[in-house]
Ligand binder design. Structure first.
Ligand code: NAP
Length: 488
């Protein structure tokens, strides 16, 4: 395979919150990896901005340390790292004060060929302040782009307020709302597989699909961010954004073109077609103590917390394509393994001409789309068991992990943040959430949360290292189905 790293345009990227955890862990090491890959053009400039009193050298040292700690996999070191650090600068600004803004403006190049982007890697409470000062101090140009991080609100009202704040200063085509799940290679491959082949799309509907499962299981606890997490919970932290985005891509109609609005229009239709979820189709859980790790309530420092660290639910999309097809979603912390996977379970053949004997491991076709670990796809197909013994059948995975076909370069793919930041510079919004999408997702989520709050629903305890509460298994068993095993 020929490498197709195409350098992006020259840019000035200001990272507000350039000293923060996200910048050190993801954004700056990601930019460094793109630099190593040859994708950053000469003349790329990255400016950290925060309240900390740093000069350029101290910021460069901080970034060097961050890359050493978090930049694993970067294919270059030494002199190249020094070259990368040369692209950096730093300006002290307070989002809520006026100091530093004019000096920051002076650092930016007044050249219409240089892309100007502002990454808001700060809490959402500062989005409005920063947007307003970018305008009042004349830093924002007609074509500047702004990148905003999750969480984008905690309900419909706050999301609308954030959208309104940003809309006062920027057009929608300037705003890039990040959901890093959309930057994952396999997620984009899902679209390529669905819409680039004749094989799948004719089967991708209620006539042939029995149900769809989406699992995002994490092994980590909420330790260290328990107080923050306790105000949100799995529904707000994971389902409203990441799982919802995956649901949209798996369920949407083919867009007429692969362009930002065509794709996002189709995703929006999916969210708007989601039926309200019945209370008995929701299972919430909280991990207990175990394996030397404290319980959720201890981590949250709230012995009476009713916030869920796990959720499983069954939902329905009320449209022609998906009528009657359940979508099962589950996500949780402190689970058995780290695994993000979508599985499309097809219906059995209409009529079996084979006598399936006892002990024959045969099931209907399933397409597994794995986001992590080991991004890739497998399709379970039924074949004849090789060898003597008559016509015995077995269902085996047809591995569609692409590295063998495409060579080692297929494994050297940019991580989600790298890809998304490069898309910002390219001006491609396809993999970013539009304001109306985010609001529609909250409009579906809010009544579900209000429902369990009104019922004073108590989450079910579950053992750490498990697949979640027993009731989550029952959610499927009642329907005569079962979850995919959670395994790394
Ligand atoms: P963080 O570690 O607390 O960093 C916050 C940054 O904002 C720091 O650089 C801080 O620097 C700066 N800041 C705070 N108040 C400021 C002000 N008044 N003016 C200017 N700068 C200010 O937070 P984070 O974890 O990096 O998260 C940043 C955003 O990304 C949040 O919205 C978070 O929800 C989101 N996010 C984070 C992660 C993650 O893995 N960390 C993942 C997904 C989303 P000074 O104190 O020097 O000003």
């Amino acid at each position: 395979m020929v490498s197709r790293v195409i350098p992006v345009d020259r840019f000035d990227l200001v990272i507000f919150g350039g000293t923060g955890d996200l910048a050190r862990r993801k954004i700056l090491p990601g930019l460094y990896r793109r630099f190593c890959a040859g994708q950053m053009p000469d003349g790329a400039r990255i400016i950290g901005a925060a309240r900390s009193d740093l000069d350029r050298g101290a910021f460069q040292d901080m970034v060097r340390d961050a890359i050493t700690e978090f930049g694993t996999g970067a294919p270059c070191e030494g002199a190249t790292l020094d070259d990368f650090l040369e692209t950096l600068d730093y300006m002290r600004v307070d989002a809520r004060g006026e100091d530093g803004w004019d000096a920051l403006k002076d650092m930016l190049r007044d050249d219409s060929d240089v892309v100007r982007a502002f990454y808001f890697s700060v809490g959402p409470g500062l989005f409005g302040d920063i947007a307003a000062r970018l305008q009042s101090h004349g830093l924002a140009t007609e074509d500047s782009r702004v990148v905003v991080e999750k969480p984008f609100g905690r309900d419909l009202g706050s999301a609308r307020a954030l959208n309104a704040d940003l809309a006062q200063h920027f057009r929608e085509d300037q705003i890039y709302r990040i959901d890093h799940y959309l930057g994952k290679e396999t997620v984009q491959n899902l679209m390529a597989v669905r819409f680039g082949n004749v094989l799948f799309e004719p089967l991708w509907n209620a006539q042939f699909v029995d149900h769809i499962q989406i699992t995002v299981a994490e092994t980590v606890s909420v330790e260290g961010r328990g107080a923050y997490y306790d105000k949100s919970g799995a529904m707000r932290d994971m389902v409203q954004n990441h799982l919802m985005q995956l649901l949209c891509l798996i369920a949407m109609e083919p867009p007429s073109r692969f362009d930002p609005d065509a794709v996002r229009d189709e995703k929006l239709k999916v969210i708007r077609a989601l039926a309200p979820v019945e209370p008995h189709h929701i299972v919430r859980g909280q991990y207990e103590a175990g394996g030397g790790v404290a319980s959720y309530r201890d981590h949250a420092e709230n012995p009476k917390s009713f916030t869920e660290s796990f959720i499983a639910l069954r939902c329905h999309i009320e449209n022609w394509r998906w009528a009657g097809v359940p979508f099962y979603l589950r996500t949780g912390k402190r689970m058995k393994a780290r695994m993000s996977e979508i599985t499309v379970v097809f219906k059995p053949t209409r009529h079996s001409i084979f006598d399936i004997g006892e002990g024959e491991d045969v099931h209907s076709n399933m397409l597994h789309i794995r986001l992590q670990p080991n991004e890739g796809m497998t399709l379970d197909v039924t074949i004849k068991e090789p060898g003597p013994g008559g016509m015995r059948l077995v269902t085996v995975p047809l591995d569609m992990t692409f590295s063998e076909a495409l060579g080692p370069e297929a494994e050297d793919v940019p991580d989600a943040y790298e890809r998304l930041i490069m898309d910002v510079i390219r001006g491609n919004q396809t993999l970013f959430m539009r304001g109306d999408e985010v609001e529609a997702a909250w409009a579906w989520t809010d009544p579900i949360i209000a429902g369990w709050e009104a019922r004073a629903d108590v989450p079910k305890p579950y053992e750490p290292g498990s697949s979640g509460p027993e009731d989550a298994l029952m959610l499927m068993h009642r329907d005569g189905r079962r979850w995919r095993e959670i395994k790394a």
